[in-house]
Design a protein around this ligand. Structure first.
Ligand code: B16
Ligand code: MG
Length: 232
């Protein structure tokens, strides 16, 4: 029997919720802002906020509260949220990297894989600096570089272009449904990081990067593809 093979030339990492657990800090900041405006923002409602831009997130929060604001007021509220968010990052360090991330980055480097960042966050470069992992990245694309928010694939396609790799050869790691839709739309190999019950747009889902090898990654991809083709 012919052995199935595949080529992976690199990986694109989302930031919040994949490399570092800042998703909770984003949520706490939006909750505080909502509370200040007189309503609550429940954790279940936060899932839809993952991966989308600050201004789009603000629109979601305001619609939950049934509140309308002018563009100028919105800019001020977005600034307040960002100040709340940044105030929680003062002691961020490599200790906050999610389990297995550092080892997996080392592995990718040692195998000559390209590594890029594809994050919606305008704070991404600041966070990457604080985590001490800047030197791993061949390219970084964040919320300052794109005009369309996930689920648009712009952020990942721009990253692929910068590292001169084809989407079909790149694995995108994402913790949000919107990011996974963006990855699928761009023709990337979509790996969810988190809960498989939630991340239904992923080709396959990893709980974490702990113990992940390139062989293991290839196996996940091949198995998921053959499973998907057998049920479609
Ligand atoms: P900022 P990711 C996203 O980052 C977050 O998931 C999302 O919750 C946040 O609203 C967005 O960044 C914008 O972040 O306010 O820092 O610009 O997951 O795409 O790395
Ligand atoms: Mg994320």
């Amino acid at each position: 029997m012919q052995k199935k093979s595949m080529t992976i030339t690199g990986c694109i990492f989302d930031l919040d919720g994949v490399i570092v657990d800042t998703a909770g800090y984003h949520y706490q900041s939006w909750k505080k802002l909502a509370n200040g405006l007189g309503f609550d923002f429940a954790e279940e409602e936060n899932e839809a906020m993952k991966g989308i831009s600050r201004m789009d997130s603000l629109d979601v929060v305001l619609s939950i509260g049934g509140i309308e604001k002018t563009q100028e007021e919105k800019l001020e509220l977005a600034k307040q949220k960002n100040d709340l968010y940044l105030s929680q990052l003062s002691d961020l360090s490599s200790d906050h990297l999610l389990p297995g991330v550092k080892d997996f980055l080392d592995l990718l480097r040692s195998k000559g894989m390209s590594i890029a960042l594809g994050s919606a966050s305008k704070n991404a470069r600041f966070v990457i600096d604080k985590l001490g992992i800047k030197s791993y990245f061949d390219a970084m694309v964040d919320g300052n570089d794109v005009s369309r928010s996930k689920p648009d694939p712009e952020v990942f396609l721009t990253a692929a272009e910068l590292i001169h790799r084809k989407p079909a050869e790149l694995v995108v790691f994402e913790d949000s449904q919107k990011g996974l839709i963006a990855s699928n739309e761009g023709g990337f190999i979509s790996c969810g990081v988190g809960d498989p019950e939630v991340l239904t747009n992923a080709l396959f889902v990893l709980e974490s990067f702990e113990g992940l090898t390139l062989e293991g990654l290839s196996q996940h991809i091949l198995q998921s593809r053959s499973h998907h083709s057998s049920i479609s």
